[in-house]
Write a new protein. Structure first.
Length: 252
């Protein structure tokens, strides 16, 4: 029957919309304004070379990029909805403010990750921005542990103010390649648990966080220990150390 649509015939695709003259005009005006802004900034920097420092130039171009992005959303909107446009501008403004604040306080915020790591992993110290302060967090048992490196080998130390020496456990000494059976345990050292018998040994390097010392005399304990000790022989090398609540602060 004439005029009856064929159900097997694929419908013709809708015509491709062509940009209107108004849309093209807004595009050209937007490009002209952005170019005029860039040319104006370049010309101002040429006329007044000391007005904008090299450190401020990346920030200036960053702000120009944000201005171009926000203005593009307004210019190319097919139907201007001022309430929606105001909401989007407010959202992007908040994002820009957060990014700018993070950049301005990047040094202060840089230590947050280290502090969180110190809370969840008490053996990992939080290092200050100037790398001259270490902060340790007390573990559940009330002790302060810190991971260090002896002759390049990672060691878990217990900070023990009652110990007179730096003491390596037999297990840690063997990890360093020391034959503990050939040592002479003739020296004594004090610990929080009493007097221990140890053998003298000199480490090439001892590293704790950013602190590194060379040719470090230590004692190797004869009996097994649950952790090696950082005693007063190490703490006296620091500028100061202090306890405050669940924190131990080391300064050097």
């Amino acid at each position: 029957m004439a005029g009856t649509p064929n159900p097997w015939q694929r419908p013709a695709p809708p015509p491709t919309p062509t940009p209107s003259g108004d849309h093209r005009t807004r595009l050209l005006v937007w490009i002209a304004l952005i170019l005029a802004l860039v040319v104006g900034l370049v010309e101002l920097s040429r006329l007044f070379p000391d007005a904008i420092s090299r450190e401020d130039q990346p920030y200036l171009f960053y702000m120009v990029g944000w201005l171009a992005l926000l203005s593009a959303g307004v210019v190319f909107a097919r139907r201007m909805r001022w309430r929606e446009a105001a909401r989007n501008i407010a959202i992007w403004g908040i994002v820009a403010a957060i990014l700018a604040t993070g950049y301005a306080y990047r040094d202060e915020l840089g230590g947050i990750g280290a502090r969180l790591q110190s809370e969840f992993l008490p053996g990992e110290p939080a290092v200050s921005a100037d790398a001259h302060v270490l902060t340790l967090t007390q573990d559940e048992g009330g002790d302060f542990y810190i991971y260090g490196s002896a002759n390049g080998t990672r060691i878990r130390f217990l900070v023990d103010t009652g110990a007179s020496d730096i003491v390596l456990s037999p297990a840690d000494a063997r990890r360093l390649g020391i034959d503990t059976s050939a040592l002479r345990y003739v020296s004594g050292f004090e610990t929080a648990n009493g007097i221990g018998a140890g053998a003298r040994y000199t480490l090439d390097t001892l590293t704790v966080g950013p602190i590194q010392v060379w040719n470090v005399p230590v004692s190797i304990n004869r009996t097994d220990m649950h952790a090696s000790l950082l005693g007063m022989a190490f703490l006296k090398r620091l500028k100061s150390f202090e306890f405050s609540g669940r924190k131990l602060t080391l300064r050097w």
